[in-house]
Design a protein around this ligand. Sequence first.
Ligand code: CTP
Length: 414
Amino acid sequence: MTKTSARSVLLVIGGGIAAYKTLELIRLLKGRGIGVRAILTRAGEQFVTPLSVAALTGEKVYSDLFSLTDEAEMGHIELSRAADLVVVAPATADLMARMAQGLANDLAATALLATDKPVLIAPAMNVRMWLHPATQRNLARLLADGVRVIGPDEGDMACGEFGPGRMAEPAAIAVAIDEALAPAEGMKLLTGDAPRPLRGRKVLITAGPTREAIDPVRYISNHSSGKQGYALAAAAVALGAEVVLVSGPVSLPIPPGAQMVPVESAAQMMAAVSRELPADIAIFTAAVADWRVAQRADEKIKKGGKAPPTLTLAENPDILKTVATLKSGRPKLVVGFAAETERVVAHAQEKLTRKGADLIIANDVSPEGGVFGGDRNTVHLVSKAGVEDWPNLSKAEVARRLMDRLAGTLAETA
Ligand code: CTP
């Protein structure tokens, strides 16, 4: 791998049956012009040979921490920093545990500890090992340390069991690698030659909670942070779109290049959305209050020794449904979000039909998931074509991937 390789990856191959799929991953990466240098762990050598890895990477394969020749050619510090990204595939339970602990007891662990580059792992292990609290604790630690994770997928496993634990498919890992290497692409944005597939397109996004007034000082609302909607607005701007963000009250900076229309109630949000149509793509991430107080008091309601007041609620307009079922002027792509606490995909499928959307992004907002207010999201794309499960990603990555997808779909339908 010469220094002139535009993008390069240090690939750590752990000891798991999935290591054979890593050979396919190397082939895909090389095909995309990405340079690959590999470290094979001792356990990894039980599953694939250094010779096949060397043949596919076209590079020497590293495995021994104390090999003098290796140190003479390239020290482990240099090895861990020469690449733009470090990828661990398969990331075994053992490798994840050692990473989470910060151990440096072989070349792979040492390189992972010494690197100053982003790290992406593709876990692969038996389902029980994956679900074990120790592995989940290590996963949480690694996520908190900023490690990116792709997969594992759910399915039949080599060990005969079924469930999550299968390494993500090489093609999916290659896409995640492409995205992780995106900062290099981002430089192109500054130099102006980045693809702008949404140039000349208008993207309308709702975000945040709504506030439904009880009286001049009190309101009904919810915990929506607006982060996913704001991240989508930034991603749409990056693709060259004209972006209007109709937002309930949140404490987030307006994404540079987007126009923000502040609203409070669902009725105001509905009116602002109607004013902003037509649009090519409409994305409804707002957590719109389902009900408003039927008779908002003009003056502050006083206790005055009386019995507590009874609030009569009235249903708010369904903004997504209103726009998705427009007879004329319907955006070409209408996307909704479904925040659920149980039967996530089933509820999303029902919403897809009931609301007439083209796509519903379903996510689990049970309090233990930390989605509300958090920076990460695990989503499922639900459309007529079926269900696509995405790995746990940052909200920024969900936004980038989703906008890329929508830009592609729009280009196909135009
Ligand atoms: N939505 C909307 N207007 C509303 C309610 C919801 O535009 N009055 C949009 C949301 O922005 C989201 C989608 O509809 O994209 C689903 O919202 P959700 O609250 O999950 O669905 P509800 O219709 O409220 O269904 P339920 O309360 O039964 O879960």
